[in-house]
Design a protein around this ligand. Structure first.
Ligand SMILES: [Zn+2]
Length: 250
């Protein structure tokens, strides 16, 4: 697409917000949620039909200058020769389907992947992962698209993923990874981190239980614990954000 065909920007945003988004990518790398792959995005705070995400680059290397603005069809407004992630449609289509979601993380975090491969649902093992008690659907790309390269690389596949996500905030992607969403950047990052931690705890608990029942959070406990988490999660964010600031100065 030439510059002349690019969608218009939703307008300027605070530089601190772009620094937070770049920092979020580095936080997710530091917490073992993303590695060379994976991405985090943020809806434009004034223009709900636009979102921000870094150019196609390893998350641990992202700087504020790498952030590109997109419309919800995931066309870049200001690429200026910078490459876009192939799977950006995950983000655009979730923003279209879910006006309540303002940030999305896509990762291939390894402890989560087994739950997309076997018929054992993820369950909320402890209070920090309370959001999981609402249920974690599994998107199997082959159900609608047959054999593929597994990537959500166009709008049609993004729509199918958003449909499986439904009203949930987390979805697994069979033999690929997961998405974690939230009303704020901080909450989406918190959920992505604790989805990975919860998966580890569930593997340990499952092994320990040896088939005995596991006393996981039920749906009601999940609801009660998730509200306070969204505030308490800010303590984790403040820690992680200060670590990025100490290392790069922004
Ligand atoms: Zn992926």
């Amino acid at each position: 697409m030439s510059t002349i065909d690019s969608p218009k920007s939703g307008g300027p945003v605070d530089a601190a917000l772009m620094a937070d988004l770049a920092a979020a990518a580095r936080i997710l790398a530091a917490q073992g949620v993303v590695d060379g792959f994976g991405h985090v995005s943020l809806r434009h705070p004034q223009a709900p039909n636009r979102y921000f995400m870094s150019r196609s680059i390893a998350p641990a290397l992202v700087t504020p200058a790498d952030i590109i603005e997109y419309d919800l069809d995931s066309n870049p407004c200001n690429a200026n020769g910078r490459g876009s992630f192939l799977e950006r449609f995950i983000h655009g289509e979730i923003y279209k389907a879910r006006p309540d979601i303002n940030a999305v993380v896509h990762s291939h975090s390894p402890s989560v992947i087994p739950f997309g491969l076997v018929n054992v649902p993820m369950q909320a093992m402890f209070h920090n992962a309370a959001f999981i008690a609402a249920g974690v659907p599994v998107f199997d790309i082959s159900r609608k698209f047959g054999a593929t390269d597994m990537l959500v690389s166009d709008g049609v596949k993004g729509v199918a993923l958003a449909k499986v996500l439904g009203k949930n905030d987390i979805a697994l992607m069979r033999a690929h990874g997961s998405v974690a969403c939230g009303p704020t950047l901080q909450t989406a990052v918190f959920r992505a981190v604790y989805t990975e931690v919860n998966a580890r705890v569930q593997h340990w608990t499952h092994a320990l239980a040896g088939g005995a029942p596991m006393a996981v959070l039920d749906a009601e406990e999940g609801k009660l614990a998730d509200g306070p988490n969204q505030t308490a999660g800010m303590r984790a964010w403040d820690l992680w954000r200060s670590q990025v600031r100490a290392s790069v100065g922004w």
